[in-house]
Design a protein around this ligand. Sequence first.
Ligand code: CIR
Length: 257
Amino acid sequence: MFTKAITRKPCKALIDGITTAMFGEGTPDYETAIKQHDNYVETLRSLGLEVLDLEADERYPDSCFVEDPAVVMAECAIITNPATDSRNGEKYEIVDAIKKFYSDDQIFHIEAPGTMEGGDVMLVDKHFYVGQSDRTNAEGFRQFQKIVSKFGYEATAVPVTEGLHLKDFVIYLEKGNMLVSPKMDKEPAFNGYTRFVIEPEELYAINSMNINGTVLVPEGFPKTLKLIQDLDYPTIVMNNSEFAKIDGSLTCLSLRF
Ligand code: CIR
């Protein structure tokens, strides 16, 4: 059960966020992004989470994607080392929020030359799957594994070759079910799970998000929505269009614990 979340309001500099346009063309509209973000925060609250919604930080265009500079779990929080110059400083700005919920001896850091972003980290029960991507390297994984093993977690590295982060291509929906890209479907690490392959035109909907049994699904992907509903999950459809324009998905917008 999640009881808390941390989010950060989008800043006006959002229009300069990093993008490969893998999920859509165009520049985000700030006012619409604010509305979508407010709705996101309210939706988490409606599902029972206490949400700490941090102030916008104009120095970091991508800073609303708080999932990346930290990884949180019941026992500890790990401040990551974001790989791009424009995002690396976000790791200093998330610490104060993390300190509201974790004591100093529960906070760990990924240090250079290790890099890591939380979008590459997926937890399934007590097992972390960690994408090896342009943003998370082998040294980042090595340090992460060492930290989480102290708390009884396993960690497995998974290559990410299709785009930004692991959780753009595989997501765990609980109850043994995973949404996967056609390529991730072939990843041996996920053989033991019930996998549902999402076709390329609905790829963005892989990053749906289970919050205490209800699945938030991005708007505009009817096949994936039906699939999730047919699996008997209650769903809430979320318009995330402005974040999609800069490669942002639903999970990126919060840290949940
Ligand atoms: C970036 O490229 O870093 C941002 N524009 C998008 C980050 C998305 N984060 C995530 O999936 N966890």
